[in-house]
Structure formats: C-alpha cells, structure tokens
Design a protein around this ligand. Structure first.
Ligand SMILES: [Fe+2]
Ligand SMILES: [Fe+2]
Length: 353
C-alpha cells in the first residue's frame, strides 16, 4: 500500500500504547517506554510516518530537503568544561540559571500553535494536496506545542529539563529573576521589516517564524550534547543516569520538529508563490533569503546573549567559592573562541541578485 499523505489532526496527535509512562522527578511526562524498555516519543504514531511520506514525495518530485549546516551551530556558554569547573567548586547558580532558561524557552515553544496560517492553497501556483504544509494548522503545530510545554496532566520538555536540572543538582534554589530578565531581553527585539512585501505579510510572517524555530531546533543539538556531557558526569551530577537519560528523551522528541519544519519549508522552496500584485516569485528565493537572514542573526546574537546572561551574575556567584579570583581566572582560561561561519549556505538568492 502506498504511504498515506493525508492525515486528520487526531491522527497526527495520536500516540502509541506504551508499557510504562515516563515519570520525571515525580512529574508524569509525555512519552514512555515500550515493552522492550525503549523510550518512545509522544504523538508520533502517525506523525513520524506522515513526515517520512511527505519527504519521500518531495524527493520523488526531484526536490531536496533544506539543511541547516551544523557548522553554524554556536557553542553553549558556559562550555561544559567551564560549567563543571564551577560545579566542582560548589558554584551552582550559573548552571542553574542556564538550565532554567532552557526550560523556559522550551515552554515558550507552545506559541507555535498561535501562528497565523493564511489560506495557503490561494498563495501558491502549484497544488498543495498531500503536503506537510496543509497539515500545519491541522495537527503539526499543535503536536509541536504540546511536546514543548506539556499538555493537560502530562509534562513536556519544559518539565523534563526542570527534572534533569533538579535531579542532577539536587533541587537547587532557582533564582527568582530568570524569567523576568529573559522577557526583558526578548521584548527589546523589534519585529524585522519585511524582506518580501510582494508575498504579503501573513505568509512572510509564518515562513519567517517557522524558519526561526527550525534554526532554534537544530541549534538545540548542541545544547543536548552540552547538557548530557555535564549532567551525566558523576563527578558533578547527583543523578548522572536519570538526568542524562532525560535529556536524551527530549532530544529524541525534537526529531519530528526538525523534520516537519524542514519538510514544509522545502515544499515552499519547490513551489512558486503568487505575489499580491498578480505576479509570481520562486519559493526557493524567499526561503533561502529568510534562512540566510535568520542564520546570520542567530549565529551572532545567540552566543553574545548567552555570554551576557551568564556573566552578569558570574562574579557574584564565584565570590562564594573558597578562592574566587583563582576560580574566575581558571574559568576564563577554559573559554573556547568561536566565530560564526562566513557563509550561511543560503546565499544563492543573494548571489543571483
Ligand atoms: Fe523541545
Ligand atoms: Fe522542539
């Protein structure tokens, strides 16, 4: 039987029956374990094969899947060696802050369900039937939102990162100003001016949002490596297995997010967009330009933001250590220099212009 390309929202939100639920630090979370003890992500019973089928269709039609280059992934700050150094000296607050920011940002992922999706069938020259694009509003965005922030009585990534943090660092005190500071910085970012006014704001906004989330999701790979390195190290973690496993479950759940987003954006790339003035523009030109802009921005601002966030309180936290000045010097000596790559890989549209 050929793979199905059309799904109902209920199908895209359905989960397989599992043998055992995932309980994280006393909180019931999504996903769980099959009879063989393997972790299974939530809401993937139909979503996983659906994404595979849409990708196969793209490839049969001769189109590739867009790829966010892993060399564009900025390192986490503080790096794992710096974080472990602080923990070995009993200085926990900086890492508690970093992990709390990660859990809050995961929870923010729920806003994807509020993304306005215009009438896409009207906006493309080619048909859209049986694509990921036609399922964004009917299952894909909702599944993504639930995975990030939890749903009803089940925790999601927000609660799973909290559980990893609290088990590894033994229920640390959480500074009360983490959320406020994060909100302060986010509200400073003005909405960018449209790059393609000719495709209309609703479509550009939706595509820009999706491209942004895709980049965040791909860059999260580095956060998982970093988190597992630190929290599964028995020298600094009180629950190396529990915390390391928890991060690996979150990592597994992110796969469908990366895959449906890159599939839908590639479907746009493979098509022609109707302009508001009655002309057309290749979808690839729009997607490449959006990806280029977002990657350039993310590789510059993200490392700087993380560094600023951490260093704001670092000196004060280090003061609690036995030899604060030596620790600060050792911390700085472990810093790994990083520069964003000179090219994002999405310059084609620009070069052609
Ligand atoms: Fe997530
Ligand atoms: Fe995600």
């Amino acid at each position: 039987m050929p793979p199905t390309l059309v799904y109902t929202p209920e199908q895209l939100l359905s989960s397989r029956v599992l043998a055992e639920p995932l309980i994280a630090n006393g909180v019931r979370c999504h996903g769980g374990f099959d009879a063989d003890g393997h972790y299974r992500s939530p809401r993937t019973l139909c979503r996983a094969p659906a994404i595979e089928a849409w990708q196969a269709q793209l490839s049969e039609e001769g189109h590739g899947l867009l790829e966010v280059p892993s060399r564009a992934m900025p390192p986490q700050y503080p790096n794992a060696a710096q974080a472990k150094l602080l923990l070995r000296h009993g200085v926990r607050e900086p890492l508690v802050r970093s992990l709390t920011i990660i859990s809050i940002v995961e929870g923010f992922g729920a806003i994807i369900r509020d993304v306005q999706v215009p009438d896409l069938e009207e906006l493309f020259v080619e048909p859209l039937s049986g694509t990921a694009l036609t399922h964004l509003q009917s299952g894909l965005f909702e599944a993504h939102a639930r995975d990030e922030s939890g749903y009803r009585d089940e925790g999601g990534h927000k609660q799973m990162w909290e559980a990893a943090r609290d088990s590894a660092l033994e229920n640390p005190h959480i500074p009360g100003d983490v959320l406020m500071r994060l909100m302060g910085r986010r509200s400073q970012g003005a909405r960018p001016a449209p790059v393609f006014p000719e495709i209309g704001q609703p479509l550009e906004r939706m595509l820009g949002f999706m491209a942004n989330v895709l980049v965040v999701e791909v860059f999260a790979e580095e956060t998982f490596r970093w988190g597992m390195d630190i929290l599964s190290d028995p020298e600094v973690s009180a629950a190396p297995e529990i915390a390391g496993d928890m991060i690996s479950y979150i990592q597994a759940d992110e796969k469908p997010h990366v895959e449906y987003l890159r599939t839908a954006l590639s479907e746009v790339s493979a098509r022609t967009i109707k302009t508001v003035e009655g002309g057309t523009i290749p979808g690839k030109q729009v997607i490449d330009a959006l990806m280029h802009r977002i990657l350039e921005q993310a590789t510059r601002t993200r490392p700087a933001d993380q560094r600023d966030d951490l260093r704001e309180n670092l000196a004060e936290s280090i003061r609690t250590a036995t030899h604060p000045s030596a620790l600060q010097d050792d911390f700085d000596a472990l810093e790994t220099p990083w520069a964003p790559p000179t090219r994002t890989g999405f310059e084609a549209a620009e070069d052609a212009a």
